[in-house]
Design a protein around this ligand. Structure first.
Ligand code: SF4
Length: 257
């Protein structure tokens, strides 16, 4: 009698299992992608797919941000170089508050090279990391005077030989002060959006740039970073992207809607 009861119970359990197979809970985005085929389908897999997707992103973002431009106020390559060095780990808004007074005191690389270290430190203190930035500004100004007659050079090689100037800063100067598309500026917004949009799986800025460059025509390189930065500030923000109002939400592989 007892054996019959147990057998009945087991049979019931088996029947339930067959009728309703267990589904994994959608905890991580990875599992979510497995469960929602429409999200999985949105990931561009081949180079050709990524290229086509990049063109569509560019088209839509250009229409959304027709005035996208460099947010650092400047009137010449020297001012942009100073502002870009100051913008490390600092908002463009804060840099734009500091630079008008700075450019008044040091209107050229020659005057900047003669600046008193303490005075310069005080003037740029609010942008953070002011000691290392002062060192970079003075080193950069001395190098411009010594090697380039006080003028900012317009090649990647010469720019990246200046103290405090890396590839990212050089790309900013070349694209915005000299209208030369030599590379793509990869900052925190470009890094985050490139990954969310399925254009790269890299995390290193140089490798991300290498992934992005073949996806866009070279004449778009400077604008690509302006558009991604604008979108990263306005909608695809770091913590809670506003996918519900995003113009890319029907093609973005990371969309939450
Ligand atoms: S859909 Fe969402 S994750 Fe994708 S780009 Fe737009 S805001 Fe960012």
């Amino acid at each position: 009698m007892k054996v019959k009861k147990v057998a009945k119970k087991v049979a019931k359990k088996m029947a339930r299992k067959i009728a309703k197979p267990a589904t994994p809970k959608a905890k991580s985005p990875k599992v979510k992608a497995v469960l929602l085929p429409h999200l999985r389908e949105r990931w561009p897999r081949t180079r050709a797919e990524r290229k086509a997707r990049a063109a569509e992103y560019y088209k839509r973002l250009s229409a959304t941000y027709p005035d996208a431009h460099c947010a650092l106020d400047h009137e010449d390559p020297y001012q942009l170089l100073v502002a870009t060095i100051l913008s490390a780990q600092c908002t463009d808004k804060r840099v734009n508050i500091v630079t008008p007074g700075l450019f008044k005191h040091y209107p050229s690389a020659t005057q900047m090279a003669d600046a008193e270290r303490e005075e310069l430190e005080t003037e740029i203190k609010s942008t953070g990391f002011f000691r290392s930035k002062t060192k970079s500004l003075l080193g950069m100004a001395h190098a411009l005077v010594a090697r380039h007659g006080g003028k900012v050079p317009d090649t990647m090689e010469e720019l990246t030989e200046l103290p405090g100037v890396g590839r990212k800063t050089a790309n900013v100067i070349l694209g915005n002060a000299f209208n030369k598309n030599v590379g793509i500026v990869v900052d925190t917004h470009v890094t985050r959006l490139s990954e969310r949009l399925g254009l790269t799986r890299e995390t290193d800025a140089v490798k991300i740039e290498e992934d992005l460059m073949p996806l866009f025509p070279s004449e778009q390189w400077t604008m690509v970073s302006h558009l991604l930065i604008e979108h990263g500030r306005a909608i695809c923000v770091a913590r809670a992207p506003r996918c519900e109002i995003c113009p890319l939400n029907d093609i973005c592989p990371s969309s939450r809607v």
